[in-house]
Design a binder for this molecule. Structure first.
Ligand code: HEC
Length: 526
């Protein structure tokens, strides 16, 4: 592979060629050749040193050379749209989804993530240090007209920056806002010289920190776990360019690359990169294959049992048919059937006394390999719960707002405010839920069919006094949807994480918002 500096020169040459030279010359420069993978990627994967660390293993495996074109994500996607790259490794989620919709690739895969942080001058004249929301911090920067160095290059980071300004309802302009049209490294160096604020991915920051003595992290904390704003998460995706749309691409090597970067071994290398030098990973592995669990451990008191996927398949199964739509996760809209093992069955096989009423106050906590948790009450499986409580769970509110409406810890994957013991006007909540998107944590709108006005009223009343004592109506799951499954098949096919199997918790209702992939442990807790 090329050294990042060399690849920059290459990019410049490529860009200049395309802009200035004849079409013929551009074609000659960009044409694919069998022994070469043209990888268009973001500056952060190169500037952080990641590619240099992991690509030699791929070059050996494929007996090929990787030409890295390290530019902003927007530019990398544009190169892909012209068929001038074979594979893309970028971080601009919405634009990637559009890239697939426009048939420039057939699939996008999660590869890894890290987070963005807001850095700024040591003295922090705009006083944003310690703020937990990027939106609030940006609003303060605009109010103070504090110097801000923007990438200004349509990169993934620039796109994320613009989204934060939009959320803060600021249209940044004026002398304080410096749009540079530069990569991450150059932008940080300029911010350091000019004592300006900037948005950066943490990986590039960590790898360059020694050269940036005038700056420090002001929003985002010392590590990903301390970052309180879920909007600062930075996801990277990989795509092979579609040979049907672009017959000139080197599809064989591109597919090999995608498979390789998603594989367990490469994912491990991604997660280990930088740990020795920086005391923390620069990127966190995130491929389905990495997260897929191959067994699940069930714990009830002192009893614990581990079930492999084969064990699960040998148990009596149940199927929920025509189940959907799933509104929260992109890509799963539409009815599906799910097959798996009822959760009661697994708990009972672990401890036959689990159904006794002395466990009545307990909860069942499910943990996924990627940090998601889902919690059910024992009484949901083995007894009855108040209608408002059940609906709150069944509609998936508990995933983010906590099982008792207590809110989720800031370090959770999707931090959300507490709702319990608060009074909300039904009208306002209805507006938030029906609007969805920007009004509600980026999630899809809950329509009347998902959560009726009566359901909402029932949830809100319960949230004011969240107990499991049944006063009035108890919840009755609709017939045919009463199972809570650990599912291993969707529409009759294994829910694959390429090699392993994913598992899913399905709530007993038409809105399967309450589920969790890659379940690793199921535990009865007090
Ligand atoms: C994917 C996570 C997620 C799910 C699922 C979810 N919420 Fe939210 N919700 C949030 C976040 C995050 C906020 C804060 C939004 C913000 O500040 O922009 C929020 C805000 C709210 C608010 C406003 C709270 C306040 O302090 O003003 C209400 C009310 C609410 N949600 C109700 C619900 C209900 C009811 C459900 C289920 C039908 C639900 N939410 C499902 C994440 C979620």
């Amino acid at each position: 592979m090329r050294h990042p500096q060399v690849s920059r020169a290459f990019v410049l040459a490529l860009v200049l060629t395309i802009i200035a030279a004849t079409a013929a010359l551009a074609e000659a420069q960009a044409a694919s050749s069998p022994g070469v993978l043209r990888l268009a990627t973001t500056t952060s994967t190169a500037d952080s040193g990641l590619l240099q660390a992991i690509l030699p293993a791929f070059e050996k495996l494929c007996a090929c050379r990787v030409d890295v074109i390290a530019v902003g994500s927007g530019q990398a996607l544009a190169i892909g749209r012209r068929g001038d790259a074979d594979a893309l490794l970028v971080h601009s989620y919405k634009a990637e989804v559009q890239f697939v919709a426009d048939r420039h690739a057939t699939q996008r895969h999660d590869v890894m993530y890290n987070d963005f942080v807001i850095v700024g001058p040591q003295a922090d004249p705009a006083k944003i240090g310690g703020k937990t929301s990027a939106r609030d911090a940006f609003a303060s920067l605009a109010a103070a007209q504090a110097p801000f160095a923007s990438r200004g290059d349509k990169s993934g980071t620039h796109t994320a920056e613009l989204a934060i300004w939009a959320a803060a309802k600021v249209a940044p302009s004026g002398a304080w806002y410096r749009s540079l049209g530069q990569g991450m490294g150059e932008t940080l160096i300029l911010a350091n010289e000019q004592r300006a604020y900037a948005l950066t991915d943490r990986g590039t920051w960590l790898s360059m920190r020694e050269k940036l003595a005038n700056l420090r992290i002001l929003v985002g904390g010392g590590s990903l776990a301390e970052n309180h704003d879920s909007n600062l998460r930075n996801r990277y995706g990989v795509m092979a360019v579609n040979p049907e749309t672009h017959p000139g691409v080197n599809v064989g090597v591109a597919r090999k690359f995608v498979e390789w970067i998603l594989s367990l071994e490469t994912q491990r290398a991604v997660g280990e990169y930088g740990v020795k030098r920086f005391g923390q990973p620069l990127f966190y592995p995130d491929s389905d294959e990495w997260k897929a669990t191959r067994e699940v451990t069930v714990k009830v008191g002192a009893n614990a049992r581990t079930f492999t996927i084969a064990d699960l398949q040998a148990l009596p199964r149940e199927t929920l048919t025509n189940y959907g739509p799933v509104g929260v996760k992109v890509g799963l809209v539409g009815p599906h059937s799910w097959s798996g093992v009822p959760l009661e069955e697994l708990l009972q096989r672990t401890d036959p006394t689990v159904g006794e009423t002395r466990h009545a106050g307990s909860r069942i906590r499910l943990t996924s390999s990627d940090g998601w948790t889902a919690t059910l009450w024992w009484s949901e499986l083995f007894g009855r719960v108040p209608r408002g409580a059940a609906l709150y769970n069944v509609k998936g509110c508990n995933e983010c707002h906590g099982v008792d409406g207590e809110g989720t810890a800031p370090s959770g994957k999707r931090p959300a405010p507490a709702l319990a013991r608060r009074t909300f006007a039904l009208g306002r909540v209805t507006t938030i839920l029906r609007a969805g998107r920007d009004a509600h944590a980026g999630i899809n709108p809950y329509t009347e069919a998902h959560v009726s006005a009566a359901d909402l009223q029932s949830m809100l009343s319960w949230l004011q006094k969240p107990t499991l004592t049944i006063r009035g109506d108890a919840y009755q799951a609709p017939p045919g949807r009463q199972a809570v499954l650990l599912a291993f098949e969707r529409d009759g096919r294994p829910i694959t994480g390429r090699e392993g199997l994913l598992q899913l918790v399905v709530g007993p209702d038409e809105f399967a918002g309450r589920y969790s992939h890659w379940v690793k442990t199921v535990e009865l807790v007090r």
